[in-house]
Write a protein that binds this ligand. Structure first.
Ligand code: ATP
Ligand code: MG
Ligand code: MG
Ligand code: MG
Length: 480
């Protein structure tokens, strides 16, 4: 089954169960100050769950373009290194707004996976919330009973608050969730160690594919939980992971969602995918990042020097540098992937086809501008790396200089440092950045024209602040 057929079957299935099929919201979150990019299917329906507004139907399904590169969900550092986390991915989802609940939702997910997609029942594990006395949230007996009648108790795993309980915030709707995991390992491996033990253990072939969230409580300001009068269902399934399972692959990148792009880029570089560790990482990073960049631009988010635009610029520069260092690209290459993507998503996300030439042009310009300084910047950084002691840190001023003079976002410098067993002085970098900001503010306030505008345009300071905890968390993850 092709990925296009898989997506369509998902939508057709839920249509047959009375769901209204709606388009994906744009990748860039609109009218939501708490969110830069849509990072889950439910984001566009948040208001309905909060009781503001009425959904067009009590049952909705769609495929949502998601981006997880900042804030609460930041998977950027895993992309290319693992085989199942992307920056941009499609989240297939079905929702009930005060309509059906656990029984239907779980039965339908089981029916879709095992009867429509014919995934093997003995390779599927499900998780149920175990309860948390301290937080006064009960064990999800209801989900347990439903699953036990379908899959048998031995295939159910109990999960804690981190994996199996969803909350919108400190207050507001919340509830238990139930995840579906699939074991894609060889029979030998399965015989050796039970898949049940590998669920949620970062095993690349035992992966979570679907999450069913049941909003049944409301957390009050005093911390207590009350039952919601209208209960809701919110589900999210990783489309690329589902394709991996159905197409019998061991990596999302081996499915037809990515293989055309990978083959195209590999051929252009005169390489073969699967023959070298770093070349493969570079190919995966590029095949992943181009989608995030293309859809962000098609949805109106141009690369720029701050906020969401800077996130897109950083992703693009990251990909260009991987291509430069590991695939030998000295000329722009990312833009040439766009026609392939436009064709692939024709009829699914029409915004890309509609703006194909514009998207290509923006990417080409970005590539050209970064490639002008990339080589000198890398030479400068190589020299610094050679001078830095083993396991040492690159000084904040250098990170700043690389950013200011050569357009190296600090996380790109951090990434290259990491490849060489080094880290960067993030604090020092922020101080240098702030010093420049102060200098420039002083300068601009001296001009006393009507048009004295103190702008953040040229600084990435705000963005660095936005996801610094996630960024440093992933640095720590890598250093160990
Ligand atoms: P994981 O534990 O694998 O990081 P998650 O629990 O963070 O996934 P959810 O927030 O539950 O993911 O999202 C619903 C589904 O979206 C997941 O079950 C998974 O199939 C998919 N998904 C989540 N993050 C990614 C990603 N970065 N790339 C591709 N698919 C993803
Ligand atoms: Mg995650
Ligand atoms: Mg998870
Ligand atoms: Mg999950």
């Amino acid at each position: 089954m092709t990925s296009k057929e898989i997506r369509q079957q998902f939508l057709d299935f839920f249509k047959s169960k009375g769901h209204l099929i709606v388009p994906s919201a744009p990748l860039v979150a609109k009218n939501d100050p708490t969110l830069m990019f849509n990072n889950s299917g439910m984001a566009q329906f948040k208001d309905f769950f909060l009781g503001n507004g009425t959904p067009p139907s009590k049952r909705i399904a769609d495929t949502q373009k998601c981006l997880r590169v900042s804030g609460k969900h930041n998977d950027l550092e895993d992309v290319g290194f693992d085989t199942y986390h992307h920056t941009m991915f499609e989240m297939l989802g079905n929702w009930s707004f005060g309509d059906y609940f656990k029984k239907e939702a779980l039965a339908w997910s089981w029916e879709l996976l095992t009867e429509v997609f014919k995934l093997p029942k003995d390779r599927i594990y499900v998780s149920v919330f175990q309860g948390d006395e301290k937080d006064s949230v009960p064990f999800d007996q209801e989900a347990w009973d439903i699953w036990a009648s379908m899959v048998g108790e031995d295939r159910i795993i109990l999960g804690n608050k981190k994996d199996n309980f969803w909350e919108m915030g400190d207050t507001g709707p919340c509830g238990p969730c139930s995840e579906i995991h699939i074991d894609l390992r060889d029979a030998d491996e399965v015989a050796r160690i039970s898949g049940k033990e590998l669920v949620n253990a970062d095993h690349p072939q035992v992966v979570e594919i679907w999450n069913n969230v049941f909003m049944q409580f409301e957390r009050m300001a005093d911390g207590s939980l009350v039952s919601l009068p209208a209960k809701h269902v919110d589900t999210g399934m990783g489309f690329e992971r589902l394709c991996m399972a159905i197409q019998g692959k061991q990596s999302n990148y081996d499915t037809d969602v990515f293989s055309n792009t990978i083959n195209f880029v590999a051929e252009k570089a005169g390489k073969k995918y699967g023959e070298g560790k770093w070349e493969d990482i570079a190919l995966r990073v590029i095949a992943d990042h181009i989608r995030a960049i293309a859809f962000a631009i098609a949805d109106g988010q141009l690369p720029s020097n701050n906020k969401a635009g800077y996130v897109i610029r950083r992703i693009l520069r990251r990909a260009v540098r991987y291509g430069y260092t590991y695939l030998g690209f000295r000329e722009p290459f990312m833009h040439s992937i766009i026609p392939l993507l436009a064709e692939q998503f024709d009829g699914v996300f029409p915004e890309l086809v509609a703006q194909q030439e514009f998207v290509e042009r923006v990417i080409l310009e970005e590539e050209n501008s970064f490639l002008r300084t990339l080589e000198t910047g890398l030479t400068r950084l190589d020299k610094i790396i050679a001078e830095t002691e083993k396991n040492g840190r690159i000084a904040g001023e250098i990170v700043f200089e690389l950013n200011d003079t050569f357009g190296f976002p600090s996380d790109l410098t951090a990434l290259i440092a990491r490849e060489n067993g080094l880290s960067i002085d993030e604090e020092g970098y922020k101080i240098a950045l702030q010093a420049q900001k102060d200098r420039s503010r002083k300068d601009s306030t001296k001009e006393a024209t009507d048009w004295t505008i103190i702008s953040d345009e040229d600084f990435d300071f705000e963005f660095v602040g936005y996801d610094e905890t996630e960024a440093s968390a992933s640095l720590i993850k890598y250093r160990k």
